[in-house]
Design a protein around this ligand. Structure first.
Ligand code: BES
Ligand code: MN
Ligand code: ZN
Length: 482
């Protein structure tokens, strides 16, 4: 929970310190003397970027102070650096094992939105499968201010708590192991969460999908006992309008590669191949909480890509929902097949704007690493807005080119398309495969989150696991779309 001027104890305190020690006015005399003495002996505490942890017993209570060095000439507000700084404060608090944190925001000289964002980003742990839990998650973060803006800060706290509740949900779904998080389990979870007036859930099972000729989803799911599903959740926040934005998320609950089997190490973390699906569901949940006046249709194709005697083959030719025929040249390029059906379905349901999110290609990780998601689309103005929203929400993206020359790589000798375009420009050809299923008058953004959805090695703040990337930016974009 995060509150502004809420109740809570002051045993763990975050305080900005500069040379003039203006922050001391917030403290009792005894505390002020302590902090003054410490900083006199440790001038390094004033350095921008420094966080000093000071333990003490003051007025009969055990206290911990997180002294945050403040740069004199106020740096630009709301930057990625500031976001990382806020994350670092949280990581320090979690390391100390405090359960409540009081943050004197007036002393910090930071953009409050970025501060809240960073604090909440790290206040998460996935402990569901540990029999002995020593959770480091803080119960309460209390922002303390004497500013007249405290009402606005309260609203910010509510908005960010709601958004992060949904980010944590998405992270949980991605972190869950694939023996548990099957297509059916995802559908059941979504169905139980998505109830209410403005919400409509539709689930198509394997039989329904076969009947509708959704060859992409059906083929990818053929090898598994856990049958494929197509989940759609419609959120109608503006019933007067017919405008619908579709958010399509890749939901491969496990990607072994299928008959084009991955290597042992290549398979690791492939439980995260449904991160796009989790983000799409997270967006819907956030809309339910925040009640934005927009219409959003989440379309989530779910399947497990596993080899068996029932699997789809390399060389299969499949007919997709929109009638396109596709020659399968690699069963590990499964994401684009399920997404193609899903974006076509979204448009058949009336969406004229489509955002798809997918852990789609290793090539995107090669191109952009784990720092930025790849972006491709057909509407430059909308992509520009997405880029701006992504920067503001500290979820970096970078646009990749989408010249039609690349499309040649997807030509097949025997069908309309093949599902791989060779190793050159792999993230681009994967995106352009999906583009084939986007109608001329539909605005479309494709995000390849293969490098950004799951943190495989602890990052500089010690964060490990699913990130929930995409939710914040899409919500910011939807908020601005109105
Ligand atoms: N899910 C993978 C992409 C991926 C790789 C996500 C690494 C996260 C981390 C995707 O289905 C895949 O296997 N893509 C292939 C495509 C290739 C066969 C054209 C790849 O990137 O190797
Ligand atoms: Mn694959
Ligand atoms: Zn995949």
């Amino acid at each position: 929970m995060i509150t502004c001027n809420g109740s809570g104890n002051l045993d763990a305190v975050v305080l900005g310190v500069d040379h003039r020690l203006r922050a001391l006015s917030r403290l009792t005399d005894a505390e002020g003397a302590l902090v003054r003495a410490y900083t006199e002996k440790n001038p390094a505490a004033f350095k921008g970027g420094a966080i000093h942890v000071l333990h003490s017993v003051v007025d009969d209570a055990v206290k911990v102070y997180f002294l945050v060095g403040i740069e004199e000439d106020s740096p630009e507000r709301g930057t990625f650096r500031e976001f990382m700084y806020a994350r670092k404060i949280m990581a320090a608090a979690m390391d100390e094992g405090v359960s409540e944190l009081a943050v004197y925001i007036d002393t910090l000289n930071m953009d409050v939105e970025t501060l809240i964002d960073g604090l909440l980003y790290d206040n998460y742990a996935f402990n569901r499968y540990k029999t002995k839990v020593d959770s480091k998650v803080l119960k309460n973060i209390n922002l303390i201010t004497s500013s007249l803006k405290s009402k606005d800060f309260n609203t910010l706290c509510y908005v960010y708590s709601s958004i992060y509740e949904c980010i944590y949900l998405a992270r949980d779904l991605v972190n869950m192991p694939p023996n548990e998080m099957t297509p059916r389990k995802f559908v059941d979870t979504a169905t139980s969460l998505c109830k209410g007036d403005a919400i409509f859930v539709e689930v198509l099972n394997k039989w329904n999908l076969e009947k509708r000729n959704m060859g992409g989803i059906v083929s990818v799911g053929k090898g598994s006992m856990n049958q494929p599903q197509l989940l759609s959740v419609a959120y109608t926040g503006d019933p007067e309008s017919r405008d619908v934005v579709a958010v399509v998320g890749k939901g491969i609950t496990y990607d072994s590669g299928g008959l084009s089997l991955k290597s042992c190490t290549g398979m690791e973390y492939m439980k995260s191949d449904m991160a796009g699906a989790a983000a799409a569901l997270g967006v819907i949940r956030a809309l339910m909480l925040l009640k934005y006046p927009v219409n959003v249709l989440a379309v989530i194709p779910l399947a497990e890509n596993i080899p068996s005697g029932m699997s789809y083959h390399v060389d299969d030719i499949i007919t997709m929902f929109d009638g396109t025929t596709v020659e399968v040249k690699n069963t590990d390029a499964e994401g684009r097949l399920v997404l193609a059906d899903a974006v076509a379905y979204a448009q058949s349901k009336g969406a004229r704007k489509v955002i798809d999110l997918a852990t789609l290609t290793g090539a995107c990780v090669t191109a952009l690493g784990t720092v930025r998601s790849g972006m491709i689309g057909n509407d430059q103005e909308w992509m520009n807005r997405f880029f701006t929203a992504a920067e503001r929400m500290h979820e970096k993206v970078w646009q990749l080119p989408a010249d039609e020359e690349y499309e040649r790589q997807l030509k097949s000798e025997t069908a309309d398309l093949k599902n791989v375009g060779g190793s050159d420009g792999g993230a681009i050809t994967a995106g352009l495969f999906i583009k084939h299923f986007i109608k001329e008058n539909t605005s479309w953004i494709h995000l390849d989150i293969a490098g950004t959805a799951f943190c495989e090695k602890k990052d500089e703040n010690g964060y490990y696991g699913a990130t929930g990337v995409g939710i914040k930016t899409i919500l910011a974009l939807l908020r601005g779309d109105k």
